[in-house]
Design a protein around this ligand. Sequence first.
Ligand SMILES: CCCCCCCC/C=C\CCCCCCCCCC(=O)SCCNC(=O)CCNC(=O)[C@H](O)C(C)(C)COP(=O)(O)OP(=O)(O)OC[C@H]1O[C@@H](n2cnc3c(N)ncnc32)[C@H](O)[C@@H]1OP(=O)(O)O
Ligand SMILES: Cc1cc2nc3c(=O)[nH]c(=O)nc-3n(C[C@H](O)[C@H](O)[C@H](O)COP(=O)(O)OP(=O)(O)OC[C@H]3O[C@@H](n4cnc5c(N)ncnc54)[C@H](O)[C@@H]3O)c2cc1C
Length: 664
Amino acid sequence: MTALNKSIEPGDSPDLTEERASGTFDTNAMAAVIYGSDKFAQRRREISEAISKIPELADSAPLPFLDRFGKVTEGSRKLSVILENIDKLIDPSSYEEGLHLYTEVMGMEGHPLALHEVMFIPALIAQASDEQQVKWLGRARRREIIGCYAQTEMGHGSNLRALETTATYSPETQEFILHSPTITSLKWWPGALGKSANWAVVVANLIIRDKNYGPHPFMVQLRDEDSHEPLPGITVGDIGPKMAFNGGDNGFLGFRNYRIPREYLLNRHAKVEADGRYVKPPHAKINHSAMIRVRSHMATGQGALLAHALVIAVRYSAVRRQGYLEDKSREVKVLDYQTQQHRLFPSIARAYAFIFCGFETIRLYDQLLIDVQNGNTSGMADLHALTSGLKSVVTYQTGEGIEQARMACGGHGYSMASYISEIYGVAIGGCTYEGENMVMLLQLGRYLVKSIEMIQNGKSRELGPMVAYLAENESEIDLNLGPNEYLKVFEYAARNQTWRATEKFQKLRNSGMSNEKAWNQASVELTRASRLHTRLYIMSTFINHVGSIVDQKVKGVLIDLLNVHVTYEVMDIGIYVQGLLSSNQMDLIRNQLYVSLETIRPNAVSLVDSFQISDMQLRSVLGRRDGNVYENLFKWAKSSPLNKTDVLPSVTQYLKPMMEKSKL
Ligand SMILES: CCCCCCCC/C=C\CCCCCCCCCC(=O)SCCNC(=O)CCNC(=O)[C@H](O)C(C)(C)COP(=O)(O)OP(=O)(O)OC[C@H]1O[C@@H](n2cnc3c(N)ncnc32)[C@H](O)[C@@H]1OP(=O)(O)O
Ligand SMILES: Cc1cc2nc3c(=O)[nH]c(=O)nc-3n(C[C@H](O)[C@H](O)[C@H](O)COP(=O)(O)OP(=O)(O)OC[C@H]3O[C@@H](n4cnc5c(N)ncnc54)[C@H](O)[C@@H]3O)c2cc1C
């Protein structure tokens, strides 16, 4: 009989082999569910195999031992090896295959093409006219140029209306003159801007005859294509080390009356005619489309980051033995402690939930892109609200889950040998980039308040499907019936909180307070409503996705995981459901959660193995597939540059003289 968990190999730690043998489902079949198809899951495995056969694609040293300069250089070195071999490795027309290749080889510390792929090319697709695409898209896709997305400034990121960079139209020369009038107007943060990119999509205020038409995207050449030197009028550089992404060169950029042709305004939607006439776009916020795209992809991206940390923590917890349960002759795997399971298993459920919910959100984005290209912008507000809430909730919960995974690994979790702190730094960047989380929760809050106002004005029938529940009355809850009943509990909580927050805002406003002040004073309550609404969406897409799965063994274990999810989530929002659930019902749910943790236990390692994250991609000594942690931890420590000599110069120079002096 072939093993259901495809990861068993001779030489593995017996503890992990035991875990894998207890799995009740085929991990390749689960990987097909996680990656959307058997074909793509298979391609991922083939690509990982092909990568492992090219030694130059391996890290030249463990990344944590490299300094900033070393990390940036290593990223560019590996990129050049990828590009030499790309036809052997992937189908270059497949975005997903490319993403897998980059993630595996380049890791998550940043590289020169990250923003090129994630924002620059998508911005050209969404915002450049057909003619402009002929001019630039092919060059970008062939990587003849390297691009980035330069919007945020030193003084403003969240409030786009206050950006200071100007693009003033000169009808005489038919050019835009880009200018940075103050220190705070310097572009600050854009990934790959500092040293790598030679072109950028720059967001600047369009000024025509002294009138400001607001932020618009411009295609701007930053560096000479031969020498790579910054062009006259451009000041550009790296902003220095960050919490993570230190292989990347987030940059600053200033313009001194820098001229670009009129045709360099990305003009699929808004145009400036030669005489300076402005042609309005079909939707006022259409220039935000590159951001909506990234936000739509963030649930799967963050789910994958959470998955990385859980692969490490769950595998390690199955080989780490500490303390005793009933059998006093052998220490127990720490994964057998209920507290450890409670720390890790709800996060496994969330990682799956984020990935499944991400599929649905990407589908909605792809549909919106088609609609917008056909002139229909009616879905923009809905998707903006949804993705604003979603990016905020998934990034926050991913950060929480990764930090719990680190603590679950004890002392070794704190070592860079676990690599968890790097994953954490990358993940929590998402709480800030693409819109600071509170700001984005409040964007969803606006949408929820408007929905309530529609109900108050007798327009419930016009509500979109995602907010229709706000107009419903609560019904009796029978918690023995399964996940759909838990969904009703969440609907109750989200509806109640949204009404309460809206009524608070309205009451303050009706008391004579200004709209803005009333909004500010209701804003904490509004963010709470947004989080509950978003968690409801995540739960409902999880339930729907599991319902659609055909493989019965895979479906069985995902139903067990769903039970962990719904019971944990409801316990977590207990304060919002006090009016609905009795204390007996809460006790019942709590016990169901403990039972579901035990049910998942035999499948825990197989569930994380199913993410099929190779050792190369994981870069973690603790999370190794074979579980042979201790000997490799010692090897890793010995490879530290500090251990190249037994006596460091710092000792000879400072400590020895100090000790000698003390002897006198
Ligand atoms: C393949 C993708 C992989 C993803 C990554 C996964 C992770 C993998 C790991 C590693 C990879 C690393 C990759 C790193 C990528 C980093 C990329 C980071 C890039 C950036 O950060 S770019 C800069 C982003 N900046 C922001 O997000 C700024 C935030 N601010 C805003 O967006 C706006 O200012 C605002 C939305 C908050 C407000 O906009 P504003 O124009 O001022 O509008 P208002 O006046 O407030 O509102 C008016 C009205 O308009 C509505 N509205 C606003 N925006 C939209 C929209 N986009 N669509 C539709 N409607 C919109 C708003 O709701 C109001 O409506 P109302 O009046 O209430 O009806
Ligand atoms: C890793 C990383 C990569 C990035 N990559 C890029 C990139 O490629 N291109 C690019 O253009 N930018 C990039 N950025 C910038 C990023 O998009 C901004 O930092 C982000 O949008 C937040 O804006 P801010 O820095 O102005 O935060 P601020 O708005 O200054 O936030 C500070 C605090 O003020 C609060 N706040 C602000 N406004 C409000 C409000 N209206 N209501 C309530 N509270 C409010 C926030 O909640 C937060 O607590 C990147 C940032 C990071 C960290």
